[in-house]
Design a protein around this ligand. Structure first.
Ligand code: NAP
Length: 283
């Protein structure tokens, strides 16, 4: 990759960001398409968010990814926010267009694309979504455009209830509850798609799963949005029960691919991005 005076600069800002796979997948994609672009990561504390975003604008950075803990707080520093990001209340992608900062959220559409591109038919299906945090919100918003029925279960049930209430206007049949084996046992026999959007099972707690093994069944599609480890206890258990599994890496790739397309107007080289992420994860 040749960096010169004409290079377009992209960055992820968050805290922490040193573990992020985004520089790896985007630089691989830029190289594949021979674009004179470079993507870097900046650690930005909450106190520095405003100056970092305005600084990116002044420096003419072409695009940003925003990660934890800034996905909501960044909104007030942007010039425009698209309808999805506004509904979700979070931005993970910013396009700097002729000095204007425009915010998008590609997490939800990334998750649904990951399911669809891996052979999961999502229309008129029932999904159980575990979690009501930032990612769950984005997934719930996008899923409610396609699905027939959505059940949101969370450790803090008030958050699940609030999220469910916010989706009722989309016409999806939606209910909420506490994340418990009893409720899962009742819901799971009629469920088509199960998505884990909690942090349960994430490294270093990779021997934990949010779902007891005996509740899983072979007609389920299971997506765990955790990608570290790549094969979580939940996805391992699901496979032993004969369920089909989609890994969190797929969501990461598709949310990144959609951001790439917003920035470059070029189709993202998905396979190159996936290969680069897998190579990095295996290091
Ligand atoms: P978040 O906003 O902090 O939400 C965390 C969620 O996990 C909440 O629902 C929280 O429940 C629940 N939770 C945390 N610890 C729990 C525990 N011990 N028992 C039960 N529930 C627990 O985080 P997020 O940004 O949505 O991220 C969630 C996970 O998704 C992380 O593992 C992250 O790495 C992964 N992720 C993946 C992608 C991807 O592209 N694949 C993208 C973003 C995030 P409460 O509401 O009760 O606290």
């Amino acid at each position: 990759m040749k960096i010169n005076g004409k290079s377009r600069v992209f960055a992820i800002i968050g805290n922490p960001v040193d573990h992020s796979l985004s520089p790896v997948i985007h630089n691989a994609a830029f190289k594949e398409l021979r674009l004179n672009h470079v993507y870097v990561a900046f650690t930005v504390t909450s106190g520095e968010l405003k100056t970092a975003v305005l600084g990116a604008k002044s420096l003419g950075l072409h695009g940003l990814n925003i990660t934890m803990p800034h996905k909501h707080a960044v909104i007030k520093y942007l010039d425009e926010v698209d309808v999805t990001a506004k509904s979700v209340g979070a931005v993970n992608t910013v396009l700097c267009n002729h000095g204007k900062l425009i915010g998008y959220n590609t997490d939800g559409i990334g998750a649904m694309s990951a399911l669809q591109e891996n052979g999961v038919y999502t229309e008129e299906k029932k999904m159980v979504l575990l979690g009501a945090g930032g990612s769950a919100k984005a997934i719930a918003y996008q899923a409610s455009q396609d699905l027939d029925e959505l059940v949101i279960l969370n450790r803090t049930p008030e958050k699940a209830k609030k999220l469910a209430e916010s989706l009722k206007s989309f016409g999806v049949k939606v209910k909420s509850g506490i994340l418990s084996p009893e409720i899962m046992k009742t819901e799971m026999p009629t469920t088509d798609i199960l998505v884990n959007a909690t942090s349960i099972g994430m490294h270093p707690n990779s021997d934990c799963s949010p779902v007891p093994l005996d509740i899983l069944h072979s007609d389920l599609f299971v997506m765990d949005i955790i990608y570290n480890p790549l094969d979580t206890k939940l996805t391992k258990d699901a496979k032993t029960k004969g369920a089909k599994v989609v890994s969190g890496l797929e969501m990461l790739i598709y949310q990144g691919a959609i951001a790439f397309e917003i920035w470059t107007n070029c189709p993202a080289p998905i396979e190159v991005m996936r290969k680069a992420a897998l190579k990095e994860l295996k290091k």
